[in-house]
Structure formats: C-alpha cells, structure tokens
Ligand binder design. Structure first.
Ligand code: SAH
Ligand code: SF4
Ligand code: F3S
Length: 470
C-alpha cells in the first residue's frame, strides 16, 4: 500500500482562516498594499516563490517589481554556496533604508538560508528590521506567521517544525506563475542523500513525494491552460515515490499520456537513480523532452566516494551510453564541482577526461564552497588559487566541447519555444529548443509563448542562431 504523505487537514484549515484575516485587514485599510518577492537559488526556490506570491496576492496584496513601493518584502534565500548567502544578506542589508521610510513595511526572510540556526541568529541580532523568517518546509504557514506579526507587532524568527521537515506535503496553495507558457511543478521535496559537500538535506528536510493524483491533475490543468514547457522539480526527482508502490518512470509515463502540444522535462536527477526503465520511458514518450540533466560532480571514483555520491564513472557512463543509444538526439548537461577537499591534480584531470568522454552539451561548474555542518567542510581545503586555476581549465575544456556539440546542428530545422525579444537586441527574438539550448532568430510578438520552426545557420558554444521557416 502506498504511504500517503499529505498535508494534515488542520494545517489547511489554519491557512484558510489566517488568509481570510489578512485579506480582511488589507481590505479594511483601504490602501492597496504591495508585495515584492526576491528569489535566489534554484528552480525549486522559484517554484516556492510563485506560491509565496500566490498566497500574498490571495491575501489582498498587489504584486510590485519595485522593492521601495512594497509593504511586504519576501526574500527567498539560497544556501548552496557562500556567495549565494552573501548576496541575500547584502540585499537584506539594503532594505534597511526602505524600512526607515516605511515603518509598516514587513520583511520576511524565507528559504534555505534561514533553516540554519547561525543565520537565524545573525538575522535576529544584525538585521532588527527583519519581521519574520520561514523555512522551506513551512511556506504554507505564511498566512499565520504574517497575521501573528501584524497582530502582535513582534518579530517571529522561526524555522520548520520537525513534522513539516520530515513528512508534510502542503497541497492546494495558490500559485502566481511567472509565465503563461513555461511552468514548474514540484513533485517531491527534500533530499536524503547527504552528499558530503551539500547543505540541501539540512535545509530542505527529508524526501517526501506528492501524491500522483495531485501531480497529474496539476499538469492536466497546465496543459489545458496552454502551458507548453512543464518542468517537474525535485532535489532528487528520480527518487520520486520511494517507499510507495510507484516510481518516477511510472509517473512520467502516465503524465505523457495527457493530450496536448507540450514538452515535459524534469530536474534534477541523481545518477544513482537514473534507471534504464526511466530512459526507456523518455525514449518512447510523446512529450518528454530528450534532455537529461545528470550532475556528475567529479570524474574520479575516489572523489565521488568522498562526496558520498553512490556511483562511479562506470555506472555513470552506462547511463550516458544507454541514453545515446535510445535517444541519439539527447542533450546531456551536468554539474561539476572543482576543488573538493583533497582533490589532487590527477583527480581533477580525471574530471577533464570525463568531459571529453561524455561530451556534455552544457555544464554548470562550481568552485567548492565549504558549508557549515557538512562533513567536507571539516576536511583540509584546496587553496583558492588552485581552485581558480582548475575552474578556468574546466571552462576552457567545456567551451570547446559545447561548440563541437552545437556545430552539427547548423543546417538543421529545430522546434523552438519562443520567449520574446532577446536581452541585447530588440530586433532579435530568443527561445529554447527541446534540449533547452538557446536560439536567436527573426521573431515577432505573435510568436511569444508559441512553438516555431527555426533553421539553424550559426552555432556557438552557448547559443544557436537561425531563421524562422514555415
Ligand atoms: N539536487 C541536485 C542539485 C543540488 S545543488 C543534485 O543532486 O544534483 C546544485 C549543484 O550545486 C550541485 O549539483 C553541485 O554541483 C553544486 N553544489 C552543491 N553544494 C556545493 C558546494 N558546497 N560548493 C560548490 N558547489 C556545490
Ligand atoms: Fe545535495 Fe546531493 Fe541532495 Fe543533490 S543529491 S541536493 S547534491 S545532497
Ligand atoms: Fe539553493 Fe536551496 Fe536550491 S540551497 S540551490 S535554493 S535547494
């Protein structure tokens, strides 16, 4: 029997009650209070921010893009690397001036950073104008915490309850989506893997999966509303359903039967759970994008073991070869960490060799950043200069590979989902392929949010160029 992990009903009731109170309070004030949500970090955080915004809008706030105009600011933070935390703290620091102008401003700091006790202490002591904090597993408590802050005028520096952190899956939250043709759908929360460098399991709690029926109904609605690119999200998306009688491949196969013209993709997968069954479902699917983001982290087995990744290069290459056999057009992307504690020059060179062997279409590379409380942070560190040097060499190697992966696409016709005018040039439109590659082309406003066919005439390492064809 499937273990049903659902939101306790009294939690849902709590949310409805407090949302109504805040809504009435906003209504009674006769002023149009505004909310500004600032997001750091990964797609999971973006998806969470759409829920924060959804709840705030439902409670009577109007969305603004200008923090100075806001009466409620929510900063959704990331803790993956030190740089991400520094950036969030610096922005929160700047909000002091807005608070000085508007004493009724409420600032909530949410997300991964505040799940750490030392960061909550820091916010308590050094940022006295921060009104409340909420951990990632507590976002559905926003209405209650907001109402308590309004009523008591006290600061509420809180974090996740152990129940929320381990079992709660909050359903039914209003979502204010940032796009009307690309959508995120969280299908599971948390991570149990405890890779030795990573903070995520400490700040996002234990793995818990949404019910299949809830996911299917959400995706059905999105397709019916005209969404064309739907990404299933989870820290470890292919461990969906563990401990129940379903798995990620089954879920994907079932979602693929939904009628419509759309792409379905997912991230992030863990190589240890990338099964042939999953790859078969992708290859046989109608809507499933032939794109696989499979973070390798290192190309050396000793380092992989020290990272607690539970696979080796042989296992990883098996997945890659099977994918390429079943889907010759597959785009494979990855994450690499350089300068993991103890990484030797030879071990780093194994990573370079792995890049040449796998030939990723795109790579997200990171310099290792020690995270307080994780085992790797206690180990002897690689000097910064060595890390920097390795990082540069990694990028140089990957740039050549990416270019050689993109070059054969010249002359090909690709289906592209149009995003609108490109950032640099209002005459040029940009979009993404099924493999999530960026394409620049001669678009027009009617194409935004639509699929167009583009004939590729130029390829670079990070983008393709082409002309729209009928
Ligand atoms: N759950 C996903 C990704 C999580 S974070 C996975 O397991 O693949 C995204 C990426 O950040 C990771 O893949 C890793 O490459 C990087 N990362 C995580 N912790 C890091 C750290 N302490 N320093 C540098 N990069 C890190
Ligand atoms: Fe972090 Fe590893 Fe979990 Fe990914 S699988 S979130 S890298 S602990
Ligand atoms: Fe950052 Fe949390 Fe995502 S730490 S990368 S926002 S899961």
């Amino acid at each position: 029997m499937a273990k049903q992990l659902i939101m306790p009903p009294d939690n849902l009731q709590e949310r409805i009650v407090y949302m109504e109170r805040v809504r009435q309070w906003n209504f009674a004030s006769h002023m149009k209070r505004k909310v500004y949500v600032q997001t750091f970090g990964c797609q999971q955080n973006e998806a969470d921010s759409e829920k924060y915004l959804g709840m705030a809008v439902d409670m009577g706030y109007e969305q603004t893009d200008i923090p100075d105009d806001a009466d409620l600011i929510i900063v959704n933070t990331c803790a993956i690397r030190e740089h991400a935390e520094k950036k969030a703290l610096s922005i929160i620091g700047q909000y002091k001036h807005i608070k000085a102008k508007n004493k009724d401003l409420m600032i909530g700091v949410c997300g991964c950073m505040v799940a750490q006790e030392h960061r909550r202490e820091e916010l308590k002591m050094k940022y006295p104008y921060v009104t409340f904090t909420l951990g990632t597993a507590s976002l559905h408590h926003l209405p209650r915490v907001l109402w308590e802050a309004i009523e008591t005028k006290k600061r509420l520096i809180t974090t996740d309850s152990s129940e929320d952190f381990t079992t709660t899956v909050a359903e039914g939250m209003p979502v204010h989506r940032g796009s009307d043709y690309r959508a995120w759908v969280s299908i599971m929360y948390g991570c149990n893997n405890f890779c030795s460098y990573c903070i995520v399991p400490y700040v996002r709690g234990r793995e818990r999966s949404r019910n299949k029926e809830d996911i299917i109904s959400e995706v059905k609605t999105l397709v019916a509303e005209g969404y064309k690119d739907i990404t299933l999200l989870g820290q470890n998306v292919n461990s969906y359903g563990k401990g129940t009688n379903t798995d990620f491949a089954d879920l994907l196969a079932e979602l693929d039967t939904i009628e419509g013209d759309y792409w379905l993709r997912f991230m992030t997968s863990h190589p240890k759970d990338a099964s042939h069954k999953l790859i078969d479902v992708m290859a046989n699917g109608k809507h499933i994008a032939h794109q696989f983001h499979l973070p390798l982290q290192s190309g050396n087995d000793v380092v992989l073991k020290a990272m607690n990744r539970h696979y080796d290069m042989e296992r990883y290459m098996d997945s890659v070869l099977y994918m390429r056999e079943k889907m010759p057009d597959v785009t494979i992307t990855s994450d690499i960490i350089v300068g993991f504690p103890g990484e030797t020059e030879e071990q780093f060179e194994d990573t370079l060799k792995a890049l040449s062997c796998v030939r990723f279409d795109m790579l997200y590379s990171f310099i290792y950043s020690p995270r307080k409380g994780t085992p790797a942070a206690e180990k002897e560190q690689v000097p910064d200069t060595v890390k920097g040097n390795r990082f540069d060499r990694l990028l140089a190697t990957q740039n050549e590979i990416a270019l050689s992966q993109n070059s054969p696409l010249v002359g090909k016709k690709l289906r592209v989902l149009c995003d609108g005018v490109s950032k640099g040039d209002s005459q040029v439109y940009s979009g993404r392929t099924e493999g999530n590659k960026i394409v620049f082309f001669d678009g027009n406003p009617a194409m935004v949010g639509q699929f167009v066919n583009v004939k590729i005439n130029k390829a670079e390492a990070f983008a393709l160029w082409g002309k729209v064809i009928k």
